[in-house]
Design a protein around this ligand. Sequence first.
Ligand code: AMP
Length: 279
Amino acid sequence: MKVFITSQSLVEHLSNKTRPLGMVPTMGALHHGHLSLVKRAVKENQSVLISIFINPTQFDDKKDLERYPVNIHADLCLIKEISEKVLVYVPKVDDIYGNMVESKSFDLGGLDEVMEGEKRSGHFQGVATVVTHFLKTFSPDHAYFGEKDFQQLLIIEHVVQSLKLQTKIIGCPIIRESNGLAMSSRNSLLSDDQRKLASKLFEVLQFAKSKAKKIPYGTLKNMVAGLFKKHHELTLDYFKIVDPKTLKEIHLEETVNRGRGFIAAHLGKIRLIDNLDMS
Ligand code: AMP
C-alpha cells in the first residue's frame, strides 16, 4: 500500500505497469460497502486507487460537513488488509481546488433535478466536479461506484459519456447490515436504537416491492407515508418509484412493472437514503 497526499506525486507514480488502473472514490470512514468496491476493483485491475476526500462542494449543509465522520488511521488499516497493490490518495482541499473551492457547472441531463438533487441544492454539481477532476487527472481504466447512491451513479455515467472520458463506470450492489440497513459512513453517528429504527427504510422498500405490481402507485405511496406516521423520530422525506434510466416518476394510477424505489428519511439529525429494484 502506498499513500499519496498530492496528485502530482501520484501521477508521477502511475505508469503502464500500474494499468489497468481501477479507482474507488470515497469520503472515508470506510465500511464493508466501500470495501466491496475495493475488492472488486482489486480483482479486475493491476492496481487500485482509492481516494479518501470529504468533498466540501457537495455539502449544501455546513453542519453535515462538520460532523461527517473521519477515521483515516482505521481506513488505512482496513485497506491494507485487502491488498498491497492499493494506492491511497488522501489530498487536502487545495490539492484539488487550489484557492477556488467551488463547483464547476455540468450538464447533468436533468438527472439532478429530482430526489437528492432537489433536496440538496448543488450536491451533484459538487460530485461531478470532484469525480471528473479525478478521472481527468488519473485516467483510471475503471471507476467503481455503489448503487447505494444510485442517482449519483447515473449522473456520473451521464457526465462521463457527455465529456467522452475513457473511464468505464462500474456500478456495484448495495451492501447491508444483517437487519437490512444499507451500510453508510453516517450510520456511525446513530445510536443502537436508531440503527434498529433505520432498518425500517429497507423494510418499507421491501413492502413496496411486494405490493407494487398489485396496487396503483398512488395508493402505495399513501400507504408508505402512513407507515412513517407510527415513528416520531423517523420522518419520511420522500418515497418514489421512478424509471431507473430517466429517474422520471411513474404515474400515480399505474401499477409498477419496471421501476426502482427510492426512499429518504430523517432520523434525528441524520439523513438516510436507500433504494431497491421493484421488478
Ligand atoms: P462515500 O464515501 O459515501 O462517498 O461512498 C463512496 C462509494 O462507496 C460510493 O460509490 C458509494 O455509493 C459507495 N457505497 C457507500 N455505501 C455503500 C454500500 N452500503 N454498498 C455499496 N456501495 C456503497
